[in-house]
Design a binder for this molecule. Structure first.
Ligand code: NIG
Ligand code: FE
Length: 423
């Protein structure tokens, strides 16, 4: 008998998303559906998933056990968001309005807007200000079902301000229920003061900032924006090698606006993920498909920037790549914290199936963060991170647009959203 301090009883449908992770090809269609599903946890860890009859045999509810009625609700693992630029200050409505007039994201970046605008605002913000901005964003993430998120620095672009961003993340990881996995992205852009001196900035990153951030233990991943006008393929290779030497795991912003070969490089260097991939080449697709590097797709970016081009999700799935989804939450190209919205966009704009998109927001998203041993699926021993939606079945979560069906969210076995309210 397993002791339980929390039981969620009689869900209309319960999706475990379990199976061999990462999921590829047809396996992406299996969401581990249990009709009339029950789930129990103890001290934040799942001790049972199954039907009522087995629960009665296997689970001993403790005296103070909390019971949640799942009738009429659909349950699924808390979403994992493997790509966000969470700690930023300021906002970019002005740029958004210019884009509505027809300017492209790159044209605005060339005018010195874009990332540089947010770097100025983030440098000016105090750690306390940054922290309070992030707290509201993390609350919104929970309301829309995200229980684990990656978060990148990269709006400081000097040691002091990158450290400020990463220290805020470390504090928030302890202070807020959402688990935060930090990424150092000092190679997000070349800072103003190094304009026309890109190589000097790369040297500063390699010789000083990368080792220092590693020494402080403030980031697990290193990420770089491999893009025309930002970091070239050769710059990216130098930076990635230095980061690997220092002990970082690797992510790469690859093939977003131009096909520089960032995806191929990510695979060659054993990166955990290559992200964006709107302009991935056939060769990139083949390389990814034969690798353990996850393809993290960000459909909110094509949507937000009103691009006709989108990442080739169907082709990536058919060829066997590990497809995951993320928000890319940032003020310039994807101003949304909502994985629920991303899930819907993946179905409507990338033509992913509802099951494929759910697995890509949970099990495969956890794989893209190297967290698949603890989150992303509902299995004995994993964290009790659960979303309960006011939806009779799982397709309804995608089908019913423009509303938030998420009624309760449980993180580490504790209710953190109840009846749609953050508690
Ligand atoms: O992932 N591509 C680079 N970075 C972000 C955009 C950041 C910004 O515009 O502030 C992205 O799209
Ligand atoms: Fe990004």
């Amino acid at each position: 008998m397993n002791l339980a301090d929390l039981v969620v009883a009689d869900c209309s449908q319960l999706l475990t998303c379990q199976g061999l992770i990462p999921k590829r090809k047809d396996a992406l269609q299996d969401v581990g559906l249990i009709e009339k599903g029950w789930i129990a946890s103890n001290k934040g860890r799942i001790v049972f998933v199954g039907d009522e009859k087995s629960l009665k045999k296997e689970v001993q509810p403790q005296d103070n056990c909390q019971i949640i009625d799942g009738k009429g609700l659909t349950g699924l693992p808390g979403f994992v968001d493997p790509h966000t630029h969470l700690p930023f200050a300021g906002s970019r409505e002005e740029e958004f309005l210019l884009r509505l007039q027809g300017y492209s994201y790159q044209q605005l970046a060339q005018k010195g807007m874009g990332i540089q605008t947010t770097v100025k605002a983030t440098r000016q913000a105090s750690a306390e200000q940054l922290q309070s901005l992030c707290l509201s964003r993390l609350d919104r993430m929970l309301l829309y079902g995200t229980t684990t998120t990656e978060a990148k620095s990269g709006y400081g672009l000097n040691l002091e301000d990158e450290l400020k961003q990463l220290k805020v993340l470390a504090h928030l990881h302890d202070a807020h229920p959402v688990d935060i996995i930090p990424t150092f992205m000092g190679a997000h852009e070349v800072p103003e003061e190094y304009k026309n001196k890109k190589d000097e900035y790369i040297e500063l990153l390699i010789d000083k900032i990368i080792p220092e951030i590693r020494k402080e233990g403030l980031a697990e991943f290193f990420d770089v924006f491999c893009e025309e006008g930002v970091f070239s393929l050769e710059d990216t290779r130098r930076l990635v090698k230095a980061a690997k030497n220092a002990g970082f795991k690797i992510k790469v912003h690859a093939d977003e606006f131009s096909s520089l070969g960032g995806t191929e490089l990510a695979v060659e260097e054993g990166a955990v993920s290559a992200e964006h991939l709107i302009n991935i080449t056939e060769r990139g697709i083949q390389k990814l498909a034969q690798s353990q590097t996850a393809a993290v797709l960000l459909p909110a970016v094509s949507f937000f920037l009103m691009l006709e081009k989108r990442a080739p999700a169907r082709k990536l799935i058919e060829e066997g790549a590990v497809v995951a989804l993320a928000t890319d939450f940032n003020p310039g190209s994807s101003m949304t914290e909502s994985m629920l919205f991303v899930l819907q966009l993946a179905v409507f704009t990338l033509r992913m199936g509802t099951e494929e998109a759910i697995n890509a927001c949970t099990a495969n998203a956890a794989f893209a963060l190297d967290r698949h041993e603890s989150v992303g699926s509902l299995e004995k021993g994993k964290k009790m991170d659960l979303i309960l939606c006011d939806a009779p079945n799982y397709p309804s979560i995608v089908y019913h647009l423009g509303i938030n069906p998420i009624k309760h969210v449980i993180k580490n076995g504790k209710i953190v959203v109840k009846d749609g309210q953050r508690i």
